[in-house]
Design a protein around this ligand. Structure first.
Ligand SMILES: O=C(O)CCC(=O)C(=O)O
Ligand SMILES: [Fe+2]
Length: 375
């Protein structure tokens, strides 16, 4: 399986792998991993058993209705410190056990999400000639390209498409002008509103995660994400005709906020050697923890491994908002974290751009590229 599967950040992927057939989704929402991916001797968790049940994570109740733990943020906005800490601890526990969770009552206006989705669909509905005007050039980060985000030209073999821009910056206007020359205001307005709302939520999630850790570890991690936060927005479009999704990967980001609309699910998260389908829910975001947080906790808390399978007979759009750390700070865990866990440093303390370049050596295993004993 490894040979033809080369991964991403949600960004870089050299080659796509045909997912159909590989992803036999059982009716309990759990599918078998490929043979090489199988984690031996691990407990297989049956997602159906968890459905609708309440699990206790510290003091916060966590529902398991949609595949991964669901965390209700409404209590956070009440201003009560104890509530915040309970939610933060629930998030850290979901990160530790799943690497991903849903957030609901997150404060992002539904009309802002719907606006971004509509604009996203407009991008992919454009004639190919228009989309190619915004082509993502070789070695460049932003623009339109195949789902792989690779250097290869658009190919009939690669059924999914993507469009990505970095924030903050001029990327959005620049690329929107290429897509709709002289007529891109609506797109830019809706996207800027979506980015602003996602940034606000992201800052809150960083703080909550930190509150769920010890004070020293939390404030150490916070120092990487002082505003203004930076990152990217990636739109993935999977036409109903496509037989291809995104292969299993972890995201090279702090974490991502992923939105999939009702009825358009295709996202799966790996849990104990099984693939678990994350049910789509339009009023929720899926938070998927990325490799940066894994580095900042010295591998103690892992990035969520996930993939997208072909999801039914409808076109599917997913919106992925990635958070990156301050690009000038070398990434390493707090010394107190290493001492408390009696650990040696696992990853070289590189800045995010250095990590980005280093991972080119093995896109499938970005963290392997920066392992301290890798030399
Ligand atoms: O489409 C999805 O649900 C997953 C997308 C993803 O994992 C990515 O863009 O990194
Ligand atoms: Fe991803």
């Amino acid at each position: 399986m490894r040979g033809d599967e080369v991964v991403i950040q949600g960004e870089v992927l050299a080659e796509m792998r045909v997912m159909e057939g590989d992803a036999e989704v059982k009716d309990n929402g759990v599918s078998d991993l490929g043979k090489d991916d199988m984690v031996k001797n691990e407990v297989v968790e049956n997602n159906r058993l968890l459905k609708g049940e309440e699990m206790k994570h510290g003091d916060a109740e966590v529902t398991m209705g949609y595949g991964v733990p669901e965390i209700d943020l409404s209590r956070v906005f009440s201003g009560d410190g104890e509530n915040r800490r309970a939610v933060g601890k629930a998030m850290v526990e979901a990160w530790r056990t799943w690497g991903a969770f849903l957030v609901v009552n997150h404060g992002v206006d539904q009309s802002v999400v719907e606006g971004a989705r509509e604009q996203g669909m407009r991008v992919f509905a454009l004639p190919m000639d228009n989309k190619l005007q915004a082509w993502r050039e070789e070695g460049k980060f932003a623009g339109y390209g195949n789902g792989a985000g690779s250097k290869t030209t658009h190919s009939a073999d690669i059924g999914s498409e993507s469009f990505r821009v970095a924030y903050p910056g001029a990327d959005i206007t620049n690329f929107a002008q290429k897509l709709w020359p002289g007529n891109c205001e609506t797109f830019c307005e809706d996207y800027e509103a979506y980015i602003a709302a996602s940034q606000k939520l992201t800052v809150q999630l960083v703080e909550l995660l930190s509150e769920g850790l010890s004070e020293e570890d939390g404030s150490h991690i916070n120092s990487y994400f002082r505003e203004p936060c930076v990152g990217s927005v990636r739109l993935n479009y999977y036409p109903a005709s496509a037989t291809i999704g995104l292969p299993a990967h972890t995201d090279v980001a702090a974490f991502v906020l992923l939105h999939q609309c009702d009825g358009g699910e295709g996202l799966q998260v790996e849990k104990n050697g099984q693939w678990v389908t994350v049910q789509a829910r339009s009023d929720a975001f899926v938070v998927i923890m990325g490799t940066v947080y894994q580095i900042l906790t010295n591998g103690e808390y892992k990035a969520g491994r996930h993939r997208a399978i072909k999801g039914g007979n409808k076109d599917r759009l997913s919106m992925v908002f990635s958070l990156w750390p301050n690009p000038s700070l070398p990434m390493s865990p707090a010394p107190s974290f290493l001492a408390a866990h009696k650990q040696r440093l696992l990853y070289k303390p590189l800045t995010f751009p250095e990590f980005w370049d280093a991972r080119e050596a093995d896109l499938l295993n970005p963290l392997k590229c920066i392992a301290v004993d890798a030399d």
